[in-house]
Ligand binder design. Sequence first.
Ligand SMILES: [Fe+2]
Ligand SMILES: [Fe+2]
Length: 148
Amino acid sequence: MDPIELLKEDHAKVKKLLEELDATTEETTGARHELFAKIKSEMEVHEAIEEEIFYPALKQHPKAKEIVLEGYEEHNVVDRIMGDLAGLPVEDETWGAKLSVMKENIEHHIEEEEDDMFVKARDVFDRDELDSLGARMKARKDQLQASH
Ligand SMILES: [Fe+2]
Ligand SMILES: [Fe+2]
């Protein structure tokens, strides 16, 4: 299992769910609830495998350290907006605006990871390291999903 492919699959899934959620309105609250819960759960598991396994390994490489540190901060911003949304009724008039900002932040973060961080990761990790990271991340993801 390639760890970068695993992360990219998660990204594609979350981007698709965000488009679907973005198309909901105050009138389609059922779909809003369901899609938001799905995205929140996907993001929590995804951020966990990045922060517990992928980021710490990559951060050890000086040329990737800065982008990894930025990654943690971008997760914090997304988590904050996601927390706000989780505590707000989906029919609240500010819900859509908060969602737009969260979506933009997630999309920007995904772009930085795929266009910069993962390129550096391909460069610094050898095949064995990638295999070992991929196996650990997949196992942790399965474990987290079972309890989510
Ligand atoms: Fe990611
Ligand atoms: Fe991330």
